[in-house]
Design a protein around this ligand. Structure first.
Ligand code: ATP
Ligand code: MG
Length: 350
């Protein structure tokens, strides 16, 4: 059953169901190691991950290193980017004792799920995915690779290897979660004679499912329009100063008609735990100059403790590697158990 907001399923809102019984849920979510995490990640999914972890939901955080190759031919600076992701995770409050942080290239049994899953979707379905279409437009590849079309199926393997049923993510992930649900359902129908093997996961959106970058498009690591969590105070001020707005002086919150101004207002409001309409009213005739000043101050103040923790963790590279190694070990154990079950269901345990 689909709720009125179009993203939650089941009876009661997803939020209510999680609060009532956090132990029933298992989170899988992740990021591509294509650069440092930014404010879009933070308000789009990282805050929710930490909140769910604190509620006692078992949490898996994936570093999607194979997925880097969807829109470029070579994955540059991979180990540096992976280290930066782990740093960002720890800085925002993900706790390796409660959240398993791992890289999917290190989990062979997870990757084996890709083959049966590919057999459950049609080429036409893969070609229709709107997020993939948008990513092809922004791709740096000379030719669109097969991985670009099939990575959403790989993502289903990421989500289902640990039988996750909850995916806190940004709006661009909704088609992928929908496909994952389809794959889980088809696998269960085709092979689940002894009962369902996979749950149908639900996407959990935040109040900022699509934060815009400084150019007015989706804030993205790879599109040169992001404000990173790790950026300094002055760099943040410079980036916000250069952000696209519009020519209307009076500042108002109207996401449909004024997307760039509204995204900046939302950013300030989220940092200050306020309503974006209220922030807009306060600025009023101050125009985009005043708006940008408010945003810069709000972001820098909100990120100060996160940046301080990040700098602390950055002193111990050995610890960062050990977090990932322990996460990989745990993910491998779970993936092997799931693959065994899949083999049993498919009749390929010899
Ligand atoms: P890239 O440009 O390299 O694809 P990205 O910035 O899009 O990087 P991803 O690693 O692809 O980041 O996405 C990681 C998670 O962050 C996903 O759940 C995605 O939906 C979420 N996310 C990314 N950008 C935004 C954004 N601008 N607003 C809200 N959520 C976002
Ligand atoms: Mg992306």
């Amino acid at each position: 059953m689909r709720n009125t907001d179009g993203t939650h399923y089941g009876t009661g809102t997803l939020e209510q169901r999680v609060l009532e019984d956090p132990g029933k849920f298992r989170v899988l979510t992740g990021d591509r190691p294509t650069g440092r995490l930014h404010l879009g990640h933070y308000f789009g999914t990282l805050q929710n991950r930490v909140r769910l972890q604190e509620l006692g939901v078992e949490t898996f955080v994936l570093i999607a290193d194979y997925q880097v190759l969807t829109d470029r031919d070579v994955a540059h600076h991979l180990s540096e980017n992976v280290e930066n992701l782990v740093l960002d995770y720890l800085a925002v409050g993900l706790d390796p004792a409660r959240s398993t942080i791992f890289a999917h290239s290190a989990i062979p049994a997870l990757n084996q799920l890709l083959l049966p899953f590919l057999s459950l979707v049609s080429v036409a379905e893969l070609g229709r995915n709107p997020t993939v279409k948008d990513e092809i437009v922004h791709s740096r590849q000379a030719a669109v690779s097969g991985l670009m079309f099939t990575y959403p199926v790989h993502q289903a393997a990421d989500i289902l290897f640990c039988k996750s049923n909850l995916v806190p993510a940004g709006q661009d992930q909704l088609p992928h979660v929908e496909l994952t649900r389809t794959i889980a359902r088809r696998f269960n129908t085709r092979y689940g004679r002894a009962g369902d093997v996979f749950p149908e996961p639900e996407a959990l959106l935040s109040a900022a499912p699509l934060l815009l970058g400084t150019d007015g498009g989706k804030m993205s690591k790879s599109r040169g329009n992001a404000i990173a969590l790790a950026d300094g105070v002055d760099e943040t001020a410079r980036l916000v100063r250069g952000a696209k707005t519009d020519s209307i002086r009076y500042i108002s919150y109207d996401p449909a008609a004024r997307p760039e101004v509204s995204s900046l207002l939302l950013l300030a409001a989220l940092c200050q735990n306020r309503d974006p309409h209220e922030v807009a009213e306060e600025i009023g005739q101050g125009g985009s100059g005043a708006l940008k000043k408010v945003v810069t101050e709000a972001v820098n103040e909100h990120l100060a403790p996160i940046r301080a923790r990040r700098a602390d963790y950055a002193k111990d590279r050995g610890y960062l590697r050990s977090v990932l190694q322990r996460g990989n070990e745990r993910a491998n154990t779970i993936a092997e158990a799931t693959l065994k079950e899949v083999r049993g269901a498919m009749g390929t345990s010899y």
